[in-house]
Design a protein around this ligand. Structure first.
Ligand code: ADP
Ligand code: ASP
Ligand code: MG
Length: 460
């Protein structure tokens, strides 16, 4: 059990919220204004992980990409040194050291066929969060003149060795927590890295793109936090992606169930897995704008009093549809088991499934740390399926999910949805497994039109 005197809140700041000097200062002001014991979790500065992924994918421009990363951090460091000289030299040395280690690590690149490649890549991807956590902690001291320290994520986040998409070992983390919690000094602000963890061999692992939300939720469970705060670049979870529809509005309160569906089906604002620990341990979650906390945001609660039929439209682009046809499937048992054993073997994660007598259609999405979200199905997996069935792949599709309550029981709703989507060829529809969503797959080019039409139905 955690020592009850540690009544922390956990505050996670995403990439844009630590992107530059002014963003970090706004995030520091946000934490300061709460005047409460807070553990801070940070993402890498916006764009840094994308660049590290490029380095992992063997780009031609290694030097220029490295310089961009170093420049991004150095700009923030220079401003912090100007703001407050105290401690600046020591912090600058620590940042230079991280950059040197990054360069050395890049120089030691194994070939992608080498068994050590995946571990090397996760270590590479972790540099973004190491640098941003140092910068945040530095900014806190420079702005508030109060002490801060970096808390190594590897002290508290333990995972298996599934590099790029590591699975946390929550039980071990909870057991270990009292040991490191008792070393924390009251009055000092601790800043830890999101996204990264440690496996049983002590190596660095990562949780998949956008994984800092997940880290923050896990930390909240581990310290039995009063609240988990997800601070980002929008004032809460919106009725749809605000970049796609200008009428989108922030939802004041939603249930864990609705939010979990929303995150799973695409709302980038929350990492799909991040809510699970919070739901299971019933930790209240707040999502708000890092720089403008006064704008309010979204509260995620166990049960929401307001249960509209449609709450939101979640959108996930870059989906791949795989259709598997087999005449043998007709009345055959064991076909699905055979197919899914191949998916399991190649670690392919399947989202939606529909079946007919002789075919099965499914959507695939890859969320590992190395991915930029486009899926690549291993050729060997396809070859194995083709031994007993015909495989077709379609790319550039968007998954749209209507999130709400008792969606399947409203006949008028289905009628309206089909009308709204009618002008577009729908490639797949899924409904029924959960009462909180109805989803379908459409060509990516029709995304904005369909989202706009569906969103008209959503009331504030
Ligand atoms: P962070 O770096 O803070 O983790 P992300 O970029 O991962 O931020 O997530 C925030 C972004 O998610 C917003 O800028 C917004 O464009 C996008 N987004 C997609 N769907 C939604 C939604 N339903 N509500 C709010 N934001 C959404
Ligand atoms: N920095 C990681 C990413 O860009 C993790 C995160 O931001 O949540 O995916
Ligand atoms: Mg995110």
């Amino acid at each position: 059990m955690t020592n009850p005197q540690h009544t922390f809140r956990v505050a996670k700041f995403g990439g844009t919220s630590v992107a530059n000097y002014s963003a970090i200062c706004a995030a520091v002001a946000n934490v300061k204004s709460q005047n409460q014991p807070i553990l801070v979790v940070v993402s890498a500065c916006a764009g840094v992980t994308d660049r590290l992924v490029m380095l992992a994918n063997e780009s031609d421009n290694v030097e220029s990409i490295l310089s961009e990363i170093v420049h991004r951090h150095t700009e923030i460091a220079d401003e912090l040194s100007r703001l407050n000289r105290a401690g600046a030299v020591e912090k600058q040395l620590a940042l230079d050291d991280l950059h040197d280690r990054l360069r050395q690590h890049v120089a030691r690149r194994p070939t992608p066929h080498d068994a050590s490649f995946v571990a090397w890549r996760d270590q590479l991807l972790s540099f973004g969060e190491y640098c941003s956590s140092l910068l945040f902690s530095w900014a806190w001291e420079a702005k508030t003149e109060q002490p801060s320290a970096v808390l190594e994520a590897k002290t508290w986040l333990f995972t298996d060795s599934r590099y790029g998409r590591a699975r946390p070992q929550l039980k071990a983390m909870i057991e270990k927590a009292p040991q490191w919690l008792k070393t924390l000094e009251p009055g000092r602000l601790y800043v830890t890295q999101g996204f990264i963890g440690k496996n049983e061999r002590g190596q660095t692992t990562t949780l998949g793109r956008g994984g800092s939300d997940y880290s923050a939720a896990l930390l909240a469970v581990v310290v039995q936090a009063q609240e988990l705060q997800i601070w980002t670049d929008v004032a809460g979870v919106y009725s749809t992606d605000p970049r796609l529809c200008s009428d989108a509005f922030a939802i004041a309160e939603m249930s864990f169930d609705e939010a979990a569906e929303m995150a799973t089906f695409g709302a980038k604002v929350l990492h799909p897995a991040s809510l699970l620990p919070a739901i299971e341990y019933q930790i209240p979650v707040f999502v708000g704008h890092a720089a403008y906390p006064a704008r309010g945001g979204t509260r995620l609660v166990k049960n929401s009093t307001h249960k509209p039929d449609v709450r939101a439209v979640a959108v996930r682009k870059q989906q791949t549809l795989m259709t598997v046809h087999s005449i043998d499937m007709f009345h055959a048992s064991g076909f699905l088991a055979q197919l899914f054993s191949i998916f399991a073997k190649y670690d392919i994660s399947v989202d939606l499934i529909t079946t007919s007598e002789v075919s099965i259609a499914l959507t695939l999405d890859e969320g590992g740390s190395q991915a930029n979200h486009a899926v690549s199905v291993p050729a060997a997996a396809i070859a194995e399926i083709e031994l007993f069935a015909k495989v077709e792949l379609e790319y550039n599709l968007t998954l749209i999910a209507l999130i709400g309550n008792q969606i399947g029981r409203q006949s008028q709703l289905s009628q309206w949805v089909f009308d709204a989507v009618a002008p577009t060829p729908v490639r797949l529809i899924c409904q029924g497994a959960s009462e909180f969503n109805l989803c379908f797959l459409i060509p990516e080019r029709d995304t904005v039109d369909v989202v706009t039409r569906l969103h008209e139905r959503i009331k504030r």
